[in-house]
Structures are given as C-alpha cells and as structure tokens.
Design a binder for this molecule. Structure first.
Ligand SMILES: [Zn+2]
Ligand SMILES: [Zn+2]
Length: 165
C-alpha cells in the first residue's frame, strides 16, 4: 500500500508541506507572504492531496526515485471548486480585463475563456487563441499584466502556446 499525504498551502498558493498526514488540520501562516495556511478545501473540507509515498513497507518493496515535487493543485478534486489561490488569479485577471478598452462583449468572452487556460479542457485551444487576440486588442500594458498573473497558473501547453516558454 502506498501512502497518500495531504499538503498545506497558504491562501496565495505557496506550498508549505506536502507530507502532512491525511486529514490533518493546520493553523499558522505562510513563511513567504503571511497568509493563512489551509490543508483542506474551504468549500468541501476534503484534504488537499500532497505527495504519495510509494514505498510498501509491509511487503519490503522499496521504490526509488519516488520523491518528485508535488504540484499545488488548482481545483479541488472532490468538489471541483477552484482553490483560493486559483480564484484570486481568476479575479485579478477579470479586474484587468475590465480596465481595458475592449467592448463589453469582448470582455465577457475573454473572461469566460480564462478558466480554460488553467487546465486542459476541450476548450483550451480555443481559449488560447482568444487570449492572443484579446490580449493584443487590450494593449501592451494590460497584456503584460495578464501575463504576470497567469504565467504561473496556466497549464504548460498554454504557457508554451502563448508566451513560448
Ligand atoms: Zn504565501
Ligand atoms: Zn472541495
């Protein structure tokens, strides 16, 4: 049997530990930004999945190289709601889009496509193309602001497609 651990993350998305025991509650604050730490989904209270220890101590099987970095998840795998750090990024993106000179139809369409940039969905390619069109229409200042907010939260393929990194 492998062991699934939980992770603690601050409300801004900084991971503190990925090897908490499953269901453990944390209190305290982030070392990097001072925000509150959580180890469960604020909506459904399900633990935030951390690392998996692949070693089966009972059978004596030792798996080497199992200690890879655990990513901070964007959405709860139990209730599907965005975690607070994901919601903050989406909200910040919307605020910037609303400051642009895009028409209100364009703004709405742009905003609605943002969540499809964060995870791979059948609409991700469409959202990527929309991003390029709307970001260039919105102007360099807005486009740069959007890049700063999104570059750490979008999926790898989107990062490559939009910014070539
Ligand atoms: Zn933090
Ligand atoms: Zn949840």
């Amino acid at each position: 049997m492998s062991t699934q651990y939980a992770q603690s993350v601050c409300l801004n998305g900084h991971q503190q530990s990925d090897s908490l025991s499953w269901g453990a509650q944390v209190d305290g604050f982030c070392k990097e930004c001072g925000a509150k730490l959580i180890s469960t989904c604020p909506s459904c209270k399900s633990p935030i999945p951390g690392s998996i220890d692949p070693n089966d101590y009972n059978s004596g099987v030792l798996v080497l190289g199992g200690n890879t970095e655990t990513p901070v998840p964007k959405y709860c795998n139990n209730c599907g709601k965005p975690y607070p750090w994901t919601q903050t990024a989406i909200d910040a993106t919307k605020e910037l889009i609303n400051m642009s000179d895009l028409s209100s139809d364009d703004k709405k369409s742009f905003e609605n496509s943002i969540p499809d940039l964060l995870t791979e969905t059948p609409k991700t390619k469409l959202a990527t193309t929309k991003f390029k069109i709307y970001a260039s229409k919105a102007g360099v200042t807005i486009a740069n602001g959007l890049k700063e907010i999104l570059i750490d939260v979008v999926s790898e393929s989107v990062k490559k497609a939009i910014w070539g990194v």
